[in-house]
Design a protein around this ligand. Sequence first.
Ligand SMILES: NC(=O)c1ccc[n+]([C@@H]2O[C@H](COP(=O)([O-])OP(=O)(O)OC[C@H]3O[C@@H](n4cnc5c(N)ncnc54)[C@H](OP(=O)(O)O)[C@@H]3O)[C@@H](O)[C@H]2O)c1
Length: 302
Amino acid sequence: MSSTKAVLIIGGSGFVGTHLALKLRESYKVFATYHSRQISIPGVTFLPMNVTNQNWVKRIVYTAQPDVIVYAAGSNSFELAEAEPREAERIHTGGPATASNASEIFQSKFIYLSNGYLFDGHRGNYHETDTVLPYIAIGKAKLGGENYIRGRSLNYIIVRSSPVFGRGNGRRLSNLDYLRIKLSKNERIELYGAELHAHIHVSALVGLIARLVDSGPRNKTLHYGGLTKMTDIDFARAFAKRFGFNSDLIHPGRNAPKKWSGESSIPDFSLNSTQVSESLNVKPLLLEESFDLLEKELIPSS
Ligand SMILES: NC(=O)c1ccc[n+]([C@@H]2O[C@H](COP(=O)([O-])OP(=O)(O)OC[C@H]3O[C@@H](n4cnc5c(N)ncnc54)[C@H](OP(=O)(O)O)[C@@H]3O)[C@@H](O)[C@H]2O)c1
């Protein structure tokens, strides 16, 4: 492994991006971008970037001259994308296209973070070979990004991940931070819980991406997630039980989005990780195993 490899994390100030920067700085020269929230991490060079500004993206890419780009920009929230589908398209489709074009000259490896919303949610446990049929805005925007990368990049990996959880970066609270704070204050919590996912601790996804930065297959789409699928409500209750909070504080909240109200069953967006497990020896985790990783994050050993 070359210790001088340069990695550019687009969306480095975000939840996944921060965890990734903390991991990769051990072995690489790491550049990370922020958009509206500047943060600093020792050993990581942060640069401002708006992916909708093509000239600026080019300048940043030329500054970093990256061997590898990890595209981790934009929110993973389907609700935000439903509210602003054009913006979601600009970030999840236009952004990767711009960044991949700008990096052509450096022949950078392009790792694009995608999700399970590309599927219709009728079956769950989706494999890489299953047909994608997104019907919500974030899934459509992600598919646009994936298609561009697959069609244009000569060296890419697309990682479709289940929702990941963990602590935020100190500057911005993660969903789990909000949950933990509310539970610790004994406050009632209302959650939207009308989708099934196989949540996984963020360090597991970061570990996979770190492997892909340096090795692994080329020009492939990979699925990664946990082994225990549940709704966000059941996830929150399981978290409360495991970490000694009162799970009775957690209640179903808002109604399902209009597009799903006609569905007879809960959409299941879980992903099957067999390919990653067999080809890269990266284990998908049971929820309890992810909670073990979270426990280490919450209570670091002295
Ligand atoms: N979190 C998950 O469970 C999960 C699962 C699967 C896939 N993913 C994918 O991983 C990526 C990151 O997710 P996340 O949860 O880390 O999201 P996040 O915490 O909301 O972070 C989003 C990042 O994108 C940046 N950003 C927003 N608008 C931008 C723009 N116009 N130009 C440049 N950068 C912009 C943000 O910068 P500022 O904060 O500085 O504004 C931040 O660094 C997303 O593409 C998501 O779909 C996430």
